[in-house]
Design a binder for this molecule. Sequence first.
Ligand code: MTE
Ligand code: MO
Length: 312
Amino acid sequence: MLIRRPADLPASEITPEGLYLDRRAFLGGTAAALALAASGRPLRAADPGGLGPLARSPYSTTERPNRWEEVTGYNNFYEFGTGKDDPAREAWRLKPRPWTVRVTGECLKPRTFGLEELMRLAPLEERIYRMRCVEGWSMVIPWAGFPLKTLLDRVEPKSTARYVAFFSLADLQQEPGVRLPVLDWPYLEGLRLDEARNPLTLLAFGVYGRVLPNQSGAPLRLVVPWKYGFKGAKSIVEIRLVRDQPWTSWAKANPNEYGFYATVNPGVDHPRWSQATERRIGEWSRRPTLMFNGYGDQVASMYTGLDLRRNF
Ligand SMILES: Nc1nc2c(c(=O)[nH]1)N[C@H]1C(S)=C(S)[C@@H](COP(=O)(O)O)O[C@H]1N2
Ligand SMILES: [Mo]
């Protein structure tokens, strides 16, 4: 498989995940620098791709993250084609800087945020999450970001806001896949407001301690670890607080296969295949899929009274 890396990230700059894992133990202040020095790798003052020290999160899994090549070489990002290696090959066309995000709709203080300002709203945390795609594969990914709630609080949602809609970039100049009518563009995702405010819901700007490579959804994307991967809208340009449940791109494409909730539930089969097991990328045998992807302690209470078989 040919994996082209983002133009601003030469191969020599990529941290092998083994070294990364060692380094992670030291993250924080000068200890990170010491760890780097001890590893024999030069510490570059001007490393444009690095995010610097990241706060550690109690929400991280202790499972071993997938390799960088897996995380950035096996992607779903239909704006660049429907093949798993299309995004890695084509996403160099995306220009993630400069970038702005409009936060609009049912809120008292709607406004547009520049990317740099947005990234400074809160300290960036590392969150190592299990991710499960509706297609039956999974990965463990070390994201970097902060809870979406931080941003939502800034614009002060009105009591009329019940859902949040996320709009991805749709620009034919940068995204050749938008030519194809495989989805209703722009890519649209949605969450209920309480789901959007859940502490697990992450606005991610990085992965593996670096800014997101384009194919991962640069410069910012959503990460919702108890839901199927498609909830994680990439390259977001607008976040809109709304009264009614958004009619999301996947639900529009096929309402029988992709419900709004998209909660990981091994008891509800996809119409064309079982969801009872998953294949962790890099492994051969399948493993059982966990209810809420294993995050039930943090999220199950949001769904009491909601039939997740009917509301899949
Ligand atoms: N804009 C946009 N966001 C998207 C998609 C997409 O096609 N376009 N695919 C979704 C799907 S189906 C999955 S599984 C995840 C994949 O994220 P990853 O490639 O970073 O693993 O992104 C989601 N977000
Ligand atoms: Mo997916």
